[in-house]
Design a protein around this ligand. Structure first.
Ligand code: PEP
Ligand code: CO
Length: 467
């Protein structure tokens, strides 16, 4: 940072005088791999820190002000994508179908809620995963766990499981390719509201939800034509939309190498993504992840769950947003349908009492994961991770109800989903049961809503928003 930028930074952020992109190194850092070769790590980080950033501070500021509006109930946040991206997922069809389902969901939510939707993908950098164990043992052999493509490879060999620093540089390239394709599609007219048929995934034609979705696109088309008749010209703002990126800020050396000072603005920006979030396992005041993210100017997501006490949450907010800036904090609560009724109200009450500004959003996925044994068919006996559509929906509905009763804004939802026809979560309009899970189970990590289940979820939430 130049001297002027540094002085400006200190003046604007006196509480940050003791912060630097490296200050987290003095704290306990959980969920980090150990890199066998320190020189190789240094070279890879040197390269990563000299490459152009993936996003800009202007875009981040735009997102912050939209989140500030969402905090006041004027926008709704839709965050979604894969649990983990893999380098192999960087394919045009996969990216386009993820974009399509997010566009369809946001259309339905905008229509239902009568307010703009902030679209945030879990993409272009969602490559690192927290794990419950550091090692995995098979047949007497113990190796490091797979921590996501950002760190190592899933194959059970010593070479694949060793943490490889250059994967951070590869991930930056894959993120850039993904983001470039998304930006080109969106800027080129793919997201044009006049042509929602561009986003029809093939199977929309065969879906039990087709009629309801098509009614909504028809109604939007009619109101667009009405506005254009009034205005006497096409409404160009409807031609393009904003898409923001997000990922769990887990691998701190990678985040730090992409954190920069920019000309004419104070402070430090994590330019690897617009909205980094701190995972449930790493949201601990005094530990490295909170230390790192307290110093960046990005808005920051914080996962909270059954283990988060009201005091812990207030401590997190005072560290991450000491001056209570609007648009800065997105709380992503993930309790599970059976816990939310007990766990959420005390947290909401504590934040209200402390008069803290946050955006409350609900992740109804991570508290509703269960293991089932496939009972019949060719895969009988197989144990798989799944989630029930009804539990996911029940958690979202309770979240709306709790926030309504407390007088707070339920400002967004966070889903693990894909635009493809996978069979990883059960339930939904087609009534997928446990016996059907193995037909197209592709996730290596958490089970995702498939295209139809995601659209159905949006339709249900839209009804709720409209009510
Ligand atoms: C995730 O979002 O994929 C995740 C690991 O969530 P959490 O930190 O809430 O468990
Ligand atoms: Co997940």
């Amino acid at each position: 940072m130049s001297l002027t930028a540094h002085v400006l930074h200190m003046a604007n952020h006196p509480h940050n005088a003791d912060w630097s992109p490296e200050s987290w190194k003095a704290c306990t850092a959980v969920q980090q791999p150990s890199y066998p070769d320190a020189n190789e790590l240094r070279s890879a980080l040197g390269e990563l820190s000299s490459l152009p950033p993936l996003v800009t501070s202007w875009e981040i500021e735009a997102l912050t002000s939209q989140i500030a509006e969402a905090q006041e109930g004027k926008r709704f946040l839709l965050q979604g994508g894969d649990c983990a991206e893999t380098f192999d997922d960087c394919r045009s069809a996969t990216i386009a179908s993820k974009l399509k389902i997010l566009l369809q969901m946001s259309l339905v939510l905008t229509h239902g809620g009568g307010m703009p939707v902030i679209r945030v993908g879990r993409f272009a950098g969602q490559y690192a995963k927290p794990r419950s164990e550091d090692t995995e043992t098979r047949d007497g052999v113990t190796l490091p766990t797979y921590r996501g493509d950002l760190v190592n490879k899933p194959d059970f060999t010593a070479a694949a499981r060793a943490a490889q620093p250059w994967r951070m540089v590869q991930a930056h390239a894959r993120s850039a390719i993904t983001l470039n394709f998304i930006r080109s599609l969106v800027d080129g007219g793919f997201a044009d509201l006049h042509h929602p048929e561009y986003w029809d995934l093939d199977f929309v034609q065969h879906s039990p939800l087709r009629d309801e979705y098509q009614r909504i696109t028809r109604e939007i088309g009619q109101s667009l034509r009405f506005m254009e008749t009034l205005a006497g010209s096409p409404v160009h703002e409807m031609r393009r939309v904003d898409f923001f990126t997000s990922h769990e800020g887990l691998l701190l050396p990678s985040e730090a190498a992409q954190t920069r000072a920019v000309p004419h603005k104070a402070g430090w920006w994590d330019l690897s993504t617009h909205l980094p979030w701190i995972g449930y396992r790493t949201a601990v005041p005094g530990e490295a992840h909170v230390e790192f993210f307290r110093g960046v100017r990005n808005p920051v997501g914080v996962k909270v769950g059954p283990g988060t006490t009201p005091q812990r949450l207030i401590d997190l907010l005072s560290v991450l947003n000491p001056s209570d800036e609007p648009g800065k904090i997105v709380i992503i609560h993930r309790f599970g349908a059976h816990e939310i009724g007990k766990c959420l109200p005390p947290l909401v009450a504590a934040v209200q009492a402390a008069r803290r500004r946050v955006l409350w959003t609900c992740d109804p996925m991570h508290g509703n994961t269960e293991m089932v044994t496939v009972a019949s068919g060719p895969h009988a006996g197989t144990r798989v991770k799944t989630r029930k559509f009804d539990h996911i929906l029940a958690e979202v509905e309770q979240a709306f109800e709790i926030h309504r009763m407390k007088g707070t804004v339920m400002g967004g939802v966070h889903f693990e989903l894909t635009g493809e026809e996978v069979t990883e979560c059960t339930g939904g309009a087609r009534g997928l049961g446990d016996e059907g899970l193995m037909a197209a189970y592709r996730s290596r990590v958490d089970p995702r809503l498939n295209y139809e289940q995601a659209l159905e979820m949006a339709l249900r939430i839209a009804r709720r928003l409209g009510a």
